[in-house]
Design a protein around this ligand. Structure first.
Ligand code: AMP
Length: 163
């Protein structure tokens, strides 16, 4: 569990660290891989969300997943990208959060992932929380905590731990 002052300060900034769905680059499940390859190349991100036509979050697609499909006997075959769809190769076992205020869960997921997708109860995609945005909040926390709380160092000198 996070200690209360840390949780409070991070939650206060939670709205700022969500990148809203309308500015997150994405592709659709039925797009072909050629389209996904162009989008990824253009936006310069290696991994982006995949949505269906109803705006539901379905998974993630990355450049390595696509280039793997192009590799046939050590040759790059771009033709294959027109034949396959995003839903054929996308990563589907993706952990999401429902609430950006759930700082602890988001933090845990960001240890292994550069960003965490946020969805509502109906799995409608709301946006992403990125490590970068989260680090800005962490920076805010490190500066603010001393201004808003008195912190007293515990004295372990006589305890078992210190021996
Ligand atoms: P950052 O922490 O800003 O480097 O972002 C981490 C990752 O989040 C990037 O590598 C992308 O995979 C993803 N990402 C960040 N911003 C966007 C965006 N606007 N659209 C799509 N994906 C994004």
């Amino acid at each position: 569990m996070l200690i209360q002052p840390v949780e409070d300060l991070l939650s206060r900034n939670a709205d700022h660290y969500l990148i809203p769905a309308d500015v997150v680059a994405n592709v659709q499940t039925d797009n072909n891989l050629y389209h996904a390859f162009l989008v990824l190349t253009k936006v310069k991100y290696s991994k982006i969300p995949v949505l269906d036509h109803g705006g539901h979050f379905e998974g993630l697609v990355s450049l390595p997943l696509i280039t793997e499909q192009m590799l046939v006997f050590d040759q790059l075959n771009t033709e294959i990208l027109l034949q396959k769809r995003v839903c054929d190769v996308m990563e589907t076992q993706v952990k999401t959060v429902h609430d950006v205020d759930d700082v602890e869960e988001t933090l845990h997921l960001m240890i292994d992932n550069p960003f965490v997708p946020v969805v509502d109860e109906q799995q409608i995609f709301q946006g992403i929380v990125t490590r970068r945005e989260f680090m800005k909040s962490f920076n805010f926390l490190t500066h603010e905590i001393g201004k808003q709380y008195d912190m007293i160092e515990k004295d372990f000198s006589t305890s078992e731990k210190a021996k």
